[in-house]
Design a protein around this ligand. Structure first.
Ligand code: ZN
Ligand code: ZN
Length: 106
């Protein structure tokens, strides 16, 4: 997701919304101004940190997705989720299941 404020092309660090508005992205540079705008319009600004942005994956264990497979290798669950249909048989049979990442899941 990109910021989109004034045509800004930075990766969004947060999603935001207020009543009547569809969710959009905002980057760390524009977030303060957005707060000011919402405050001056008396909108209730809701900010949601972007956690599914793999460009900013910070956890080497789960690649930032927050879940790992309970297999021997414990690979990031996003790898299993992105498997094409037919290749994910182990998941569908329940042989491999997601568990919270031991490194970063709270
Ligand atoms: Zn921006
Ligand atoms: Zn993790």
């Amino acid at each position: 997701m990109r910021c989109g404020q004034d045509g800004c092309d930075n990766p969004a660090t947060h999603r935001y919304t207020w009543p009547g508005k569809d969710e959009a992205g905002v980057c760390s540079e524009h977030i303060e101004r957005l707060r000011d705008v919402a405050a001056s319009l008396r909108f209730h600004l809701q900010l949601i940190p972007v956690t599914d942005d793999t460009e900013h994956a910070s956890c080497s264990c789960c690649d930032g997705c927050g879940q790992i497979a309970d297999s021997d290798d414990g690979e990031p669950w996003s790898q299993w989720e992105s498997l094409p249909a037919g290749a994910d048989m182990a998941v569908r049979l329940g042989i491999v299941s997601p568990i919270p990442c031991p490194e970063c899941a709270s």
